[in-house]
Design a protein around this ligand. Structure first.
Ligand code: GLN
Length: 192
């Protein structure tokens, strides 16, 4: 089992350290040929326009799209934006998931916040009902989920913050910035 983490910009190092923490081999990915042999890929949080432009420059857009047709990809925050088909603006996207995303949608006053979410699909792993504390930083909202995508999590006000489409996973928040590795374990299940 080997998981790649797209390492163009953003908090890829944090994802790699959680992978190490749960005993999974992680690898930094910057070039198309490095995708070879991976079981799954994580696109980290950061700045989606920067990651997208660099992905274009490194010739990664099409290889990533091809990868996503066969293998698992998880995008956190900026990564979720890149997985989407539409962000109401022009920027490079992979367009793999049937979701429309609104960037920075929680507003300036709440630049970042944390909230407990009930995530039964994670809780079964522990055998006890434990909420998941999600960390949001200038987070996008998943505005609509259609086609083959499904809603995974909403915040109490009703905005969608996690969606799934087969082996593709998008979260508005940052599991890589917490001690809780349950979301990473959940992603590993999607790679199998
Ligand atoms: N606001 C960033 C964007 O639109 C995402 C923020 C993040 O990844 N923490 O790309």
């Amino acid at each position: 089992m080997e998981i790649g983490v797209l390492a163009l910009q953003g908090d890829f190092a944090e994802h790699l350290s959680i992978l190490t923490q749960i005993g999974v081999k992680g690898r930094e990915i910057r070039l198309p040929e490095q995708l070879e042999g991976l079981d799954g890929l994580i696109i980290p949080g950061g700045e989606s326009t920067t990651i997208g432009k660099m992905a274009v420059d490194f010739g990664l857009i099409e290889p990533l799209q091809q990868f996503g047709l066969k293998k698992a990809i998880w995008g956190t925050c900026a990564g979720a934006i890149l997985l989407s088909k539409d962000v109401h603006g022009k920027q490079p996207l992979l367009g793999l998931m049937d979701i429309t995303v609104a960037r920075n949608a929680f507003g300036r006053q709440v630049d970042s916040f944390e909230i407990d979410l009930s995530a039964p699909f994670l809780e079964v792993q522990d055998g006890e009902a434990k909420p998941y504390r999600a960390v949001f930083i200038r987070a996008p909202i998943i505005e609509s989920v259609y086609g083959r995508a499904e809603v995974l999590l909403k915040v109490p006000h009703g905005q969608i913050v996690a969606a799934k489409q087969g082996r593709l996973l998008a979260t508005s928040f940052h599991p890589e910035l917490t001690e809780d590795d349950r979301f990473h374990s959940y992603f590993l299940e999607l790679t199998r």
